[in-house]
Design a protein around this ligand. Structure first.
Ligand code: C5P
Length: 249
């Protein structure tokens, strides 16, 4: 954790802040996107759809290409199982991966410890461990009625971010809107990664609480995750370049 927090002090800038979501259904398409965009962006996000299709072969291939990866697997299980999964992923040299904060302190600590051990054993960089607080698809109504949590979403986000921080995670995935409450709980050195980004020139798609790349950085996020505004653009390289420019403030 110390290492990551020290790295955060050096500040991520411009294209390093830009994580492109590889939301495509096949390995060939994913690798083609990586080849096309690798000079314009800092990292590539591998989510559950692509991972369940390709398996660890994809991660190994991305490692061979030296493409930095955010593995968005959102582990949430008993500490022993979450640690075992984290070991597998960290040993493959990913740059970032995540767990659900709702797994609790013991699970987060176990995941972090296993990740560090596996990365050290494989002689690769220790990955940044992020915690997911409350999914942006969870509305107040779902939180209250389905999950039986009577607090406001923002309060729960703040509490889970504080839990992740105390438990040794390096940061959280959160909407830009939640950045102020997270910063008030854990300060400036905790990493915040934000999806739901839309430049003014792109379609909103199904995202609801969107912010522009520039706004996200101004609000205090460290990295942004962008999918369709780049992957569905006519000129994908140009779209990535324009977003990276906006992030260079
Ligand atoms: O295409 P778009 O830019 O909306 O893609 C955003 C990416 O970030 C997708 O991979 C989506 O699953 C992910 N994500 C999100 N909102 C969250 C967590 C992850 O949009 N709260």
């Amino acid at each position: 954790m110390q290492e990551t927090k020290a790295a955060k002090m050096t500040e991520v800038k411009g294209k390093e802040r830009l994580i492109v979501a590889l939301d495509v259904p096949s390995m060939d398409e994913a690798l083609a996107l990586v080849e096309e965009l690798r000079d314009e962006v800092g990292m590539f996000k591998v989510g559950l759809e692509l991972f369940t299709h390709c398996g660890t072969k994809l991660l190994d291939e991305l490692k061979r290409l030296e493409a930095p990866v955010f593995f968005d697997g959102k582990f949430h299980d008993i500490p022993n199982t979450a640690a075992a999964a984290s070991r597998e992923i960290a040993g493959r040299g990913v740059e970032m991966f995540n767990v659900h904060a709702q797994g609790g302190s013991e699970m987060i600590k176990a995941a972090q410890k296993a990740a560090h051990e596996a990365a050290d054993a494989a002689k690769v960089k220790r990955p940044i461990l992020l915690a997911v607080t409350v999914l942006t698809s969870i509305s107040q109504e779902i939180l209250t009625n389905d999950l039986g949590i009577s607090d406001k979403v923002d309060q729960v986000v703040g509490r889970y971010a504080a839990l992740a921080y105390r438990s040794g995670a390096d940061g959280v995935v959160a909407s830009a809107k939640e950045v102020p409450i997270i910063r008030s709980q854990v300060g400036n050195k905790f990493i915040i990664v934000t999806p739901g980004i839309r430049p003014t020139w792109a379609s909103e798609d199904d995202q609801k609480r969107i912010v522009t790349p520039k706004e996200a950085v101004e609000m205090g996020t460290d990295y942004v995750v962008v999918g369709r505004p780049i992957t569905r653009a006519k000129d994908r390289k140009d779209a990535a370049k324009r977003i990276a420019e906006e992030l260079s403030i």
